[in-house]
Design a protein around this ligand. Structure first.
Ligand SMILES: Cc1cc2nc3c(=O)[nH]c(=O)nc-3n(C[C@H](O)[C@H](O)[C@H](O)COP(=O)(O)O)c2cc1C
Length: 196
């Protein structure tokens, strides 16, 4: 599958099979992130890989899931089986959100190429996780990527009306609205959309 197809296929996965993600794949995910673009090539990011079931159990309560799906989070039978935490080393750079985003997408795509789904998680209990992960003072936890073999197949749909909120349809399939290409693409210069 080429990169464009992989990107089209990728959807955030929040239900996972209880099967471990191979350690060598997790290492390749981090390696791909490590060698990615970095502003001024400062490379302020570091990574904590969590793969042991007991440590996954300690981490999970400090992650927040699917804000648009009221009162839902993965049940114990569908929780991630690995996490990669992306840290920003403040001794190198105070913050590097773009580096973090690029690293996260690299992780996601390398994993997906081998059938492993993921969910980026920005909504974290930082204080609790710093303890669980023994994060030193000079590092911030910038983002988590939860990983595992998918136990759901969300579908992309076009935005209709105003709502960009994902939802589950009557069969429980997660639908993820995306704005139409013609609504976001401008050629040569910005052109206002004509609204009736
Ligand atoms: C920076 C960032 C933070 C996110 N944080 C969370 C989160 O805390 N919890 C969650 O369930 N999903 C989180 N997501 C996943 C988004 O909800 C998801 O990407 C969005 O709904 C679009 O779905 P898609 O990834 O399938 O295209 C995050 C995504 C990004 C890029």
């Amino acid at each position: 599958m080429d990169v464009y197809e992989l990107i089209q296929k990728r959807r955030t996965i929040r239900r996972f099979e209880q099967k471990p993600v191979p350690k060598d794949l997790l290492e390749r995910c981090v390696n791909a992130a490590r060698i990615g673009p970095s502003g001024a090539n400062l490379q302020p990011l570091e990574y904590i890989v969590v793969s042991e079931p007991e440590q996954c159990q300690r981490v999970f309560p400090h992650t927040a899931w699917a804000g648009y799906l009221p009162d839902w989070s993965p049940s114990p039978e569908e929780r991630p089986t690995a996490y990669i935490f992306i840290l920003t080393n403040r001794n190198v750079r105070a913050s590097a959100p773009m580096d973090v985003g690029i690293a996260a997408q690299s992780i996601t795509l390398v994993a997906l190429a081998e059938g492993v789904g993921s969910c980026m998680i920005g909504s974290l209990d930082h204080k609790a996780l710093r303890q669980v992960l023994a994060v030193p003072q000079h590092c911030d936890i910038s983002l988590a990527v939860a990983l595992g073999y998918p136990a759901e197949q969300p579908q992309m749909v076009e935005v209709t009306g105003d709502s960009i909120k994902y939802y589950r349809d009557e069969d429980g399939i997660l639908k993820v609205p995306k704005r139409a290409l013609e609504d976001v693409l401008h050629w040569q210069r910005y052109t206002e959309k004509i609204t009736e």
